[in-house]
Design a protein. Structure first.
Length: 181
């Protein structure tokens, strides 16, 4: 827990170096990650293409990927791996990034970010109202999906190896399509 006197802000984030690392501030605490691995980026590419094709073919909104600043609150900038914003909420899209909670966020686990994605971001995304959260694990080759019920996430149940979305009604994909070589 960060004391009130030492909490970092968005202004502190703007002063971070442009060195290829990912800087995020959650509840005033700084998190730094190295450049993603090849596998991470390959999984992100496949996931983005699947979701983007679905969203764009139906004109449902915008799908983006990191690096892109998402300000969960005015002083909480994060860089979510993949995010979707519905047409109805397009007003949160700004030139400098996203100002508010996206409808759907997917994070791809890496050895250095597991706890942050599984605990810190999991809890914070629920608190700020991200309607659906996917945790993608390239090692286990799984996608755990959670939907917001009230202010907590509930695991979405589907058959093994299949991804279905509550936010993107009708979206269905095989995990094999995400984890292919």
């Amino acid at each position: 827990m960060v004391s009130e006197a030492h909490k970092l802000t968005y202004e502190d984030y703007l002063d971070m170096p442009n060195d290829g690392r990912r800087y995020e501030i959650i509840r005033g605490e700084l998190f730094v990650s190295p450049t993603p691995t090849f596998t991470h980026q390959q999984v992100l590419k496949h996931l983005f293409l699947l979701v983007h094709e679905f969203v764009s073919s139906r004109n449902l909104g915008t799908v983006m990927f990191a690096p892109l600043t998402v300000r969960l609150t005015p002083d909480e900038p994060v860089e979510s791996d993949l995010l979707y914003i519905s047409l109805e909420r397009a007003s949160i899209i700004e030139e400098t990034g996203i100002r508010g909670a996206p409808d759907l966020i997917a994070e791809i686990l890496s050895p250095n970010n597991r706890r942050r994605d599984l605990v810190t971001k999991f809890n914070r995304y629920a608190q700020v109202g991200v309607k659906e959260y996917w945790i993608v694990d390239p090692v286990a080759r799984t996608v755990d999906q959670f939907r917001l019920v009230g202010d907590v996430y509930v695991r979405s149940e589907s058959e093994p190896g299949i991804i279905r979305s509550h936010v993107l009604a009708g979206f269905e994909a095989s995990t094999n399509a995400i984890f292919r070589g």
